[in-house]
Design a protein around this ligand. Sequence first.
Ligand code: THU
Length: 141
Amino acid sequence: MSKSAEADLAALFSAAKAAQASAYAPYSRFKVGAAIRTAGGAVYSGCNVENAAYPQGACAEAAAIAAMALAGERRIADILVIGDGKDLCTPCGGCRQRIREFADASTRIHVAGPEGVRKTFTLEELLPHSFGPANLGRGTP
Ligand code: THU
């Protein structure tokens, strides 16, 4: 990885880690942070927000995507998701589909723990043969 790509990833990690600290997860006690980098280099982050009516809770990736959309941006180049524990905090199935809406097969999904990035996937690896805007005859958003 080039020095500037390394610096970009470090900045994405810092943004996701800061977002994780703001997570509201009193029920699962599993705090998650997510940070998106767009092709233009802007970074948007989000955290999970749970609810006493459990199904109303929202994932960190959904919050980061909403922040990106609010800024008028539509393309994810990289997304980093951070969670605690020894297992990989890979995006849930629903979030893979949420990411897919604004991504392509080669979009990178970095999965991190408190110490740093543990593994990097492409969207195609996590959501093969996916359904997207083209299936509805729509162009790339
Ligand atoms: N969670 C996320 O925020 N993103 C994921 O992709 C996996 C799960 C949250 C949802 C819930 O608040 C907590 O982690 C435990 O499932």
